[in-house]
Design a protein around this ligand. Structure first.
Ligand code: NAG
Ligand code: NAG
Ligand code: NAG
Ligand code: NAG
Ligand code: NAG
Ligand code: NAG
Ligand code: NAG
Length: 379
């Protein structure tokens, strides 16, 4: 009789043990990997990591998202996981290899200098499903790129606010070659140190749709040969550089590659009214921001007139006095927003033919002739 009871209790314990490991949701292997990851992050750590611990369902920990079916971790959000940091540190990339189904990894603002060199295993190996990697606002330099080399599934890469410069090159068996990410659609390099001699890496990113190179060190005449190769590019941000003009590579009359470009941000550069001829290459443009450049005096808008899909045109914070043939603006029959504020325009009469009620929904036109305060910089 007693033996039976013991047997039943043992069975009950086993069953509940099995049941609890099932109901605990996340994979034991991944739970341990998360704890290892937690302990590898130097203190002081903040709220996100404080919730990680114990034997519970790690899918319920802050910053973790699991696949409901497989119970495996698919998203890890470790933005600002340290409550403050002054000294940089290196992340051990091997700690991520158990997360085979990981799709998104957010590591913004953690003072990460790069990844540790693990006897050649410095790649984020195993992460063959990773689509989104956010390493923005850290302290990484170009050496971080070799870690990214094997991530062919990557679609979104955010390296904004780091110290990446030079070319996006990696060393494979001692041979230098450009980083090739054939599925990458979004690349954010805002606030790094790229200059125009270092853009050749763009050619290896054939799927790129959105590129942010704002607040870098691009200067003077920019040969757009690398950009022309990006024939899927829809949005390009080059704001806060010192670009004066674009030239197309020799022999290329029309920069065909950019014929799909819809959004172009050039605010805070050095374009002059004589260097706008490149606009002819951009027939699909819908939004053009030329604010805070060096446009001066009487502006001939003939280049703009070719942009008959334009919806929003921002010419604010320049030194424009008037327009040659303003009537031609009427050709821009999709135009909804025209911003002429902070210029030197004495008077501007919307050209006849423009049905203001229909087309020009908003025209910010203010006569700040002399009061020219600097345009606020974006975050
Ligand atoms: C979860 O995993 C299943 C099975 O592998 C897969 O079919 C599904 O697409 C996954 N869902 C997500 C949101 O990743
Ligand atoms: C982490 O930061 C990125 C911006 O760098 C943001 O897009 C993402 O939504 C953040 N994730 C969470 C969970 O807050
Ligand atoms: C990195 O993590 C792996 C896996 O946990 C471990 O084996 C290795 O010793 C770690 N490397 C360093 C340098 O800490
Ligand atoms: C990156 O920074 C490390 C120091 O953190 C330095 O040893 C290394 O040479 C730098 N690499 C590049 C490519 O600048
Ligand atoms: C561009 O940056 C690279 C690497 O940082 C540097 O070697 C080169 O001299 C720079 N070129 C110009 C024109 O500033
Ligand atoms: C939170 C954090 O670490 N921010 C820093 C990331 O690195 C850049 C420099 O590359 C610093 O400016 C940020 O303060
Ligand atoms: C084409 C065009 O608009 N050119 C003008 C550029 O600015 C200079 C200096 O203000 C004018 O003299 C040009 O007419």
């Amino acid at each position: 009789m007693e033996e039976k009871w013991v047997g039943a209790i043992v069975l009950l314990v086993l069953v509940s043990g099995w049941y609890c490991s099932y109901c605990s949701g996340c994979l034991e292997e991944e739970r341990i990997a998360l704890l290892n990851l937690k302990h590898s992050i130097p203190p002081p750590t903040g709220n996100v990591l404080a919730s990680w611990g114990g034997h519970g369902d790690c899918c319920k920990w802050v910053g973790i998202e699991c696949n409901i079916t497989t119970k495996r971790v698919i998203q890890l959000s470790l933005n600002n996981s340290r409550s403050w940091c002054s000294k940089g540190w290196y992340l051990n990339s091997s700690l991520f290899s158990p997360f085979e189904e990981l799709k998104s990894l957010f590591l913004q603002g953690n003072c990460i200098l790069g990844f540790m060199k693990n006897k050649g295993l410095e790649k984020l190996s195993g992460l063959s499903n990773l689509e989104v990697l956010d390493l923005s606002d850290n302290q990484s330099n170009s050496s971080i790129l070799s870690t990214l080399a094997s991530l062919s599934s990557l679609k979104v890469l955010n390296l904004a606010g780091n110290q990446v410069e030079g070319s996006l090159h990696i060393h494979v068996l001692g041979v230098k070659r450009p980083l090739e990410l054939s599925n990458l659609a979004v690349l954010n390099l805002w606030c790094n140190s790229f200059n125009h001699t270092t853009l050749s890496f763009l050619r290896m990113l054939p799927s790129l749709k959105i590129l942010d190179l704002g607040d870098n060190k691009l200067k003077g005449i920019l040969n757009i040969k690398e950009l022309v190769a990006l024939n899927k590019l829809k949005e390009l941000d080059l704001s806060y550089n010192h670009v004066e003009s674009f030239v197309a590579p020799k022999g290329v009359k029309r920069a065909l590659g950019l014929s799909n470009l819809k959004v172009l941000n050039l605010y805070g550069n050095s374009f002059k009214n004589s260097t706008l001829s490149f606009l002819r290459w951009l027939p699909s443009l819908k939004i053009l921001d030329l604010s805070d450049n060096k446009l001066k005096g009487i502006l001939n808008i003939k280049e703009l007139v070719a942009l008959n899909k334009l919806k929003k045109l921002d010419l604010s914070y320049n030194h424009v006095e008037s327009f040659v043939a303003p009537k031609e603006l009427a050709a821009l029959n999709e135009l909804k927003v025209l911003d002429l504020s902070y210029n030197h325009v004495e008077s501007f009469v919307a050209p006849k033919g423009i049905d203001e009620s229909k087309s020009l929904v908003m025209m910010r036109y203010e006569m700040f002739k002399y009061a020219r305060s600097p345009k606020p910089k974006r975050e």
